[in-house]
Design a protein around this ligand. Structure first.
Ligand code: ZN
Length: 126
């Protein structure tokens, strides 16, 4: 019982990821990548969704330009995340996933759980 308890504590501290944690993070990364790719595909199929609203006259020209900017920014952010998630999956394959690119320390599991593509530990990201 005691051995189990101390093992638990160790597992949750920042350090080498357990096999279960690695699998969990890979599933999360792949799921998120899939979701973002689907989002990008839907946008390609219907890029005029915003323009239709404008044609109806619900938005002024300025509003539509702002919306276009917002949409472009969202697309850039999404492409960036897709790239980062692909990098994370590549690192998982190579077996050097979970190390901070700045200080070389292990990134805490709780942090990777939130952002599987994180390349910096909590301290270096601040
Ligand atoms: Zn660091």
């Amino acid at each position: 019982m005691l051995i189990l308890a101390s093992g638990e504590t160790e597992r949750h501290a920042a350090g080498v990821l357990s096999v279960e944690e690695q699998i969990e993070l890979e599933i999360r990364a792949r799921g998120e990548l899939e979701r973002l790719r689907k989002e990008a595909t839907n946008e390609e199929i219907d890029p005029q969704a915003v323009a239709v609203d404008v044609a109806i006259g619900r938005l002024s020209r300025l509003d539509s330009m702002q919306m276009e900017e917002v949409r472009k920014a969202a697309t850039r952010r999404r492409n960036q995340r897709i790239h980062e998630l692909q990098e994370a999956l590549r690192k998982m394959d190579e077996g050097n996933y979970g190390l901070c690119e700045d200080c070389g320390e292990w990134i805490a599991y709780v942090r990777l759980e939130q952002r599987p593509e994180a390349t910096l530990c909590g301290d270096c990201a601040r």
